[in-house]
Design a binder for this molecule. Structure first.
Ligand code: AMP
Ligand code: FE
Ligand code: FE
Ligand code: ZN
Length: 285
């Protein structure tokens, strides 16, 4: 049995409904999926229901935007209690920051004589965690850019005229938040962060695992992170980081993580849940 533990739905910047993701997962012969939308857990309930109906095992998750020493890092939280009030309160704060950022990006576009409105972006995003991909889609839909790439290249990329930095929590805080919600904290796509030197300190802060397998990791990178995981006694995870149709071809199916890693992840979650005073995650069916 194989898993994909990194998927985005339309509750963040993916295009698929959770149910569509589950159907795609089934079509690709996956037995386990995790939903890891950016800074939200809203899609987890519908994804869990769709998985139960389709006979797939579901791992609730999120991908928290964080930073350490000037590097943007994404912390995956697995088996979190998606009804944990302190986690939800913190997530709501980050969602408000994301919404303010959209307004600021649009204000900058307007100063550049690009007549987009924030409401158009919010209507298109239709979720609580809007981001730059939604602005790009709104620009294309309004005929103000030809392609999503053009939108990023002309306006939205770092240091482009409508770029607005994103407020991020510290990586240590993200790890703590995941643990408080009874979850397991994993560093997403370490090969894209160019910050291996931060890993020892993050291990000190309680990091549980490394996403060794990722669509954008070369075989050499995967091997490198497998070695680091071994060295620091970290769990190994992997996922496609599929965003549906928003970044070209859907990536689901490109990463097939062995089930043994899911078992180890769940075992750690049982410990994290107990330490947080929470009941264990639901048994896989
Ligand atoms: P945000 O959370 O608003 O900073 O947006 C980050 C999202 O934008 C991530 O899912 C990235 O993969 C996506 N993204 C960043 N740069 C580009 C780009 N040049 N083209 C398409 N998507 C991008
Ligand atoms: Fe994304
Ligand atoms: Fe990420
Ligand atoms: Zn992601």
């Amino acid at each position: 049995m194989f898993a994909d533990l990194h998927l985005h739905s339309r509750y963040s910047d993916g295009t698929y409904e959770p149910g569509q993701l589950v159907a795609e997962a089934r079509r690709h012969g996956l037995g386990v999926i995790a939903l890891t939308d950016h800074d939200t857990v809203e899609g987890c309930a519908p994804a869990a229901a769709a998985c139960a109906a389709a006979g797939l095992e579901f791992v609730p998750g999120t991908e928290l935007t964080a930073e350490k020493d000037g590097h943007e890092l994404h912390i995956l939280g697995y088996y979190i209690d998606v009804e944990h009030q302190p986690l939800l309160a913190e997530i709501r704060r980050f969602q408000a920051v994301r919404q303010d950022r959209i307004r600021e990006i649009v204000a900058r576009l307007n100063r550049l004589q690009v007549p987009l409105q924030a409401e158009e972006v919010f209507a298109l995003a239709n979720c609580r965690a809007p981001g730059r991909p939604h602005v790009a889609r709104a620009l294309v839909r309004a005929g103000l850019c030809g392609t999503l790439d053009e939108a990023f290249e002309r306006f939205l990329k770092q240091n482009r005229p409508a770029w607005v930095p994103k407020f991020k929590m510290s990586a240590a805080r993200a790890i703590e938040l995941v643990h408080q919600a009874g979850g397991v904290a994993v560093m997403a796509h370490p090969g894209l962060n160019h910050s291996d030197e931060l890993i020892p300190e993050m291990v000190g802060a309680g990091l549980d695992g490394l996403e060794c397998f990722h669509t954008k990791h070369s075989t050499a990178m995967a091997e490198h992170y497998l070695e680091l995981a071994d060295q620091y006694h970290l769990l190994v995870t992997g996922g496609s980081d599929c965003h549906g149709l928003s970044k070209g071809r859907p990536l689901i199916g490109t990463i097939r993580l062995h089930y043994e890693h899911v078992v180890a992840l769940r075992q750690r979650a049982v410990q994290r849940r107990a330490a947080a005073g929470l009941p264990p995650p639901p048994r896989p069916t």
